[in-house]
Design a protein around this ligand. Structure first.
Ligand code: ZN
Ligand code: ZN
Length: 425
């Protein structure tokens, strides 16, 4: 009933404004309650994801479609890891704890490079199914999530190196993002199992990938137990439960993270390029030492299927030496060599580089002579030689990178094979 200009009677009665206000308040409260419960659900999901990394409120596809951004919840593990190093103020140090940290850095860097990278991501050698499971457990101690998540992101990197889609290109996203930021982005959290079908067919690997917190927790607890045992059984070592956790877990794992991350950031910025790949990957001796051989990144981008990243004896590659040793025990086999055609290409490139350097120096000699004779002409010649066009021509890339289509790996037959180990390399 609208008795006056179509206005509801409620609004005209003395109680009208009060009831309308109440109605407005109720709507506001209900909106706030629903947004609060949505926040609670999101926080609950985040908590569950710490244990079950495949748990999600949205589809993984929609998460991957979101724009990049730092997710504060995903920063927490890095904050805890770095703050944990400060525990040294309270637990002190002992030679045993320091050497434990160094030892655990080396054996776990080997797990990153020799297993996450050269086995799960590129399948550069074979092992039995049980051997594969043991390798996956070993990678769990690195606290760098599961083998399928790692391999999926790494294959994606090779497919889109230094392009817009590359999750951690320092050229596209900047240094800090390529080093650490990309891991905190929500869109990079889920594993795309369709891109690692060759690994996803093993339930034990999927389990370790999904519950990727289990091995790190067991690893930390083992260090605590060992420290407590040594404190009473071998007090002369001067170590303790918490000291071993701080050195063996927090300090060693933080160093391991930055060593690994340097491959995503520095090896696309520092060093020399032997091969003219379409990305900006580089070879660096210093990074090869820090990462047990992964610093020969330009070699690797040129030919990803080889077990070795250091293509020559002087390119130190401790991961390859370790894998070679494991192949002698029969635990792994079928290490893949660098093809002769790649060595020939390297030799051609080295020859062309020499010619380029020589031609540059001969031009420089002529300019120096000219300088003495006709200074103006020398200035023009200098400007021409230093022009961006000429520099670009001199450094012209003469061949595209040959990227092994990593997607094809997903279609390959299983790496595990009942065949007798072959000694090929
Ligand atoms: Zn790369
Ligand atoms: Zn790779």
């Amino acid at each position: 009933m609208h008795g006056n200009g179509g206005k509801p009677l409620l609004a005209q009665s003395p109680a009208g404004p009060f009831l309308a206000g109440l109605h407005h308040l109720r709507k506001k409260v209900s909106r706030q309650v629903s947004s609060f419960s949505a926040s609670l659900r999101r926080i609950g999901a985040s908590l569950i994801q710490w244990v079950d990394s495949d748990y999600t409120l949205e589809s993984p596809e929609s998460i991957r479609a979101q724009p990049d951004g730092v997710n504060l919840v995903r920063c927490l593990p890095f904050v805890i890891l770095h703050l944990g190093c400060l525990g040294v103020i309270w637990v002190g140090w002992s030679w045993f704890a320091v050497w434990a940290a160094v030892f655990l850095y080396v054996v776990r860097m080997f797990a990153v490079t020799g297993i996450f990278h050269r086995y799960f991501s590129h399948k550069t050698y074979s092992t039995s199914r049980f051997g594969q499971f043991l390798l996956a457990v070993w990678t769990g101690t690195t606290v760098q999530r599961g083998p399928l998540w790692w391999a999926y992101h790494h294959r994606h990197h090779h497919q889109h190196s230094d392009q817009e889609e590359d999750a951690h290109s320092p050229h596209v996203h900047g240094f800090l993002w390529s080093h650490i930021g990309w891991i905190t982005s929500k869109r990079n959290f889920p594993t795309d199992y369709s891109k690692v079908k060759d690994l996803a067919k093993y339930p034990e690997l999927v389990w370790l990938n999904r519950f990727d917190i289990v091995v790190p927790v067991l690893f930390a607890l083992s260090l605590f137990g060992l420290g407590a045992f040594l404190e009473s059984a071998a007090p002369q070592l001067g170590t303790s439960a918490w000291q071993l956790v701080v050195w063996g877990f927090f300090i060693s794992t933080t160093a391991l993270f930055h060593g690994t991350a340097s491959i995503n950031s520095f090896t696309h910025l520092w060093g020399k390029r032997r091969f003219h790949t379409t990305d900006d990957s580089r070879n660096s001796f210093i990074l090869a030492i820090i990462t047990l051989g992964e610093g020969w990144h330009n070699n690797h981008h040129r030919y990803q299927s080889s077990t070795r990243n250091g293509f020559y004896w002087w390119e130190i590659d401790p991961t390859y030496y370790g894998l070679k040793f494991l192949s002698w025990t029969g635990f792994i086999w079928g290490l893949k060599p660098v093809p002769q055609s790649i060595y020939e290409e390297a030799a051609r490139n080295a020859h062309q580089d020499t010619i380029r350097r020589m031609s540059l120096s001969s031009v420089q000699d002529e300019i120096n002579t000219l300088k003495r004779v006709v200074p103006t002409a020398a200035a023009i010649a200098m400007a021409t030689v230093n022009s961006p066009e000429v520099a670009a021509q001199m450094q012209k890339k003469d061949g595209p990178a040959i990227h092994k289509p990593v997607n094809e790996l997903a279609e390959q037959p299983p790496a595990t094979s009942p065949d007798a180990p072959s000694k090929q390399d």
